[in-house]
Design a protein around this ligand. Structure first.
Ligand SMILES: C[S@@+](CC[C@H](N)C(=O)[O-])C[C@H]1O[C@@H](n2cnc3c(N)ncnc32)[C@H](O)[C@@H]1O
Length: 202
């Protein structure tokens, strides 16, 4: 019988193969947020090989994760990982582009948490498309907002594509921090994480 790797080994294996998974500090922070609010549902944009989804459901009691992955190989690997660990009742995974995904297929809406961890240039689009499916008191978590610290020194970025990408991340950050409907808390954890909440109505 083939031995199933534990999640720690899976994370290390993914990193060796250059598959981007959430940094340890970041995932532990996300889990603590979900535990504190006793979340029962989370929608994740960007599953990769299912690491963060599996970490969430194995650490947060009663949590259902629904997750969307565009890349074919990663989706297949995520399905394999989830099935091998018998977590298919707790994780629903869709193989699609989250930007064109038919939202009528969402199975666990409305969600306590929306976790955005896919193409960084598209953060605002993901946010605007999926925020209507977040509960009034729910949270939106966005990772990688510092982009390895580059966001603080855009003028010195030499590579043109990287510069464009970092500018887009900064645009999202400025947009959300100045949005009249949301409160944003920034945490210097991992690569920079924001927790976004709707402002209380007066
Ligand atoms: C940083 S990785 C996700 C890591 C994962 N959340 C984890 O920590 O284990 C980002 C993933 O988003 C996927 N992605 C990028 N654009 C996407 C889109 N438009 N729709 C769905 N997935 C997308 C990429 O293929 C990639 O696997």
């Amino acid at each position: 019988m083939v031995r199933v790797m534990d999640l720690e080994e899976l994370e290390q294996d993914a990193l060796k193969r250059n598959i981007p998974v959430m940094q340890k500090e970041g995932i532990l922070f996300l889990i603590s947020q979900l535990q504190d609010m006793k979340a029962t549902s989370c929608l994740e944009i960007g599953s990769a090989i299912g690491y963060s989804a599996m970490m969430m459901v194995t650490h947060v009691e009663g949590l259902q994760v629904e997750t969307i992955e565009l890349n074919d190989e990663r989706y297949q690997e995520a399905v394999k990982n989830i099935t091998e660990r018998n977590l298919q009742d707790k994780i629903t995974i869709h193989h699609d582009d989250a930007l064109s995904f038919d939202v009528s297929q969402l199975q666990h809406a409305p969600y306590d948490c929306l976790f955005i961890d896919a193409a960084k240039a598209q953060y605002q689009k993901f946010f605007e498309k999926y925020v209507p499916f977040v509960l009034e008191k729910g949270i939106i978590i966005v990772d990688n907002l510092d982009f390895h610290g580059m966001i603080f020194d855009i003028d010195h970025i030499k590579n043109r594509n990287t510069k464009q990408l970092v500018k887009k991340i900064k645009r999202f950050k400025d947009w959300i921090f100045n949005h009249e409907d949301y409160d944003v808390e920034y945490y210097q954890i991992g690569d920079g994480i924001c927790v976004i909440k709707r402002k209380e109505k007066e």
